[in-house]
Write a protein that binds this ligand. Structure first.
Ligand code: TXA
Ligand code: MG
Length: 312
């Protein structure tokens, strides 16, 4: 699909500074960005997405200095940022006095999730706008996250201007980790495998416990959902579409293979795009092959389970 609103970085930055929305590329998924210090701008993110509740949003920063103006960094938090930024890690930290963020961006919490995206256009936009940008994935609430500018346009029927940076190289949302003293708690599995964080810090990354004091408020069970129903760890039946992984089993119906060689990075990058394609093909049920639970498989299986959950 041709870009309906081809934008340059200065044009996108001007929109954001003027309190308007603009979708932009990151290495994970496309974000629906707004000035995180402007409550009306952030409110229009919720309206545009049709988000049922005011979940806290991830605030994107162009450099560590911008992030340090917003939140209190402990030495461990700074080490995480220096090791993995720019990159697919969102760090939840206590807000700093005078942070200037709109309450609605943090849903009134006293913490904020920060990240520096690893995409040249996102970084250029953040620096040109000179603002922290609140940005959830650029899709209508509950639908699949977009990994191309065309999917953003389709999802919002062309109503949102998009800075086109090509397909996202990771294809899965960032990993979210809360830093609590010398503890690291993973609130959402994502594009940075837990093992990588453990290797870099020497600290075991704990899994979030349902109902714990530290949690990720926005983690709705049914999410990231295609229109089709999903059957996981499944062999395809006649009439279904098939999302395969690894060497292809012969199947006569519509098939996509996340990674014929069984590479989890390739599978992560393809996940949302292939679900979009199978959906566009009109499949009523998508059977999904088993995916190993190691490395990026944890995040892939998390998204598949949400996509397969009963719709609320
Ligand atoms: O890859 C990504 O992270 C993408 C791209 C656009 O950067 N963004 C993204 O944002 O996935 P979003 O809004 O879909 O994810 C926000 C989630 C919330 O639902 C919540 O679970 C968690 O981040 N979160 C945000 N602030 C938090 C906080 N202060 N404490 C705990 N969890 C928080
Ligand atoms: Mg999302």
């Amino acid at each position: 699909m041709p870009t309906l609103f081809p934008l340059t970085v200065p044009e996108a930055a001007a929109l954001l500074r003027g309190g308007k929305l603009c979708a932009f590329p990151t290495e994970t998924v496309y974000g629906l960005g707004a000035d995180a210090t402007n409550p009306d701008a952030v409110l229009s993110i919720y309206e545009t997405k049709g988000r049922p509740r005011f979940n806290p949003l991830i605030v994107h920063c162009g450099d560590l200095a911008m992030a340090e103006r917003l939140a209190k960094f402990t030495p461990l938090a700074r080490r995480l940022a220096e090791t993995f930024w720019p990159g697919p890690l969102s760090i939840v930290l206590p807000l700093k006095a005078g942070h200037g963020l709109a309450d609605i961006a943090t849903a009134g919490l006293d913490t904020v999730a920060l990240r520096m995206p690893d995409h040249p256009l996102a970084l250029a936009l953040l620096r040109e706008a000179g603002l922290p940008l609140a940005a959830p994935s650029a899709n209508p609430s509950g639908k699949l996250s977009p990994t191309t500018a065309g999917q953003v346009q389709k999802g919002f029927a062309g109503r949102v201007p998009v800075l086109d940076g090509g397909p996202c190289k990771r294809g899965l949302e960032s990993t979210i980790v809360a830093v609590d003293g010398d503890r690291l708690i993973q609130l959402r599995a994502g594009a940075l495998p837990r093992e990588d964080i453990e290797k870099a810090t020497g600290i075991r990354v704990e899994q979030v416990v349902e109902g714990a004091a530290i949690s990720a408020p926005g983690m709705l069970l049914s999410h990231y959902a295609p229109n089709a129903h999903m059957r996981l760890n499944a062999e395809p039946r006649p009439g279904e579409a098939f999302l395969a992984f690894g060497p292809a089993q012969p199947f006569s119906g519509t098939t996509r293979n996340l990674s014929p060689t069984g590479d989890l990075h390739e599978a992560a990058r393809n996940l949302f795009s292939m679900l979009h394609e199978l959906d566009a093909d009109g499949a009523s049920t998508i059977a999904v092959a088993p995916i190993p639970e190691t490395g990026l498989g944890e995040a892939i299986n998390d998204r598949l389970q949400r996509a397969a959950a009963p719709r609320g």
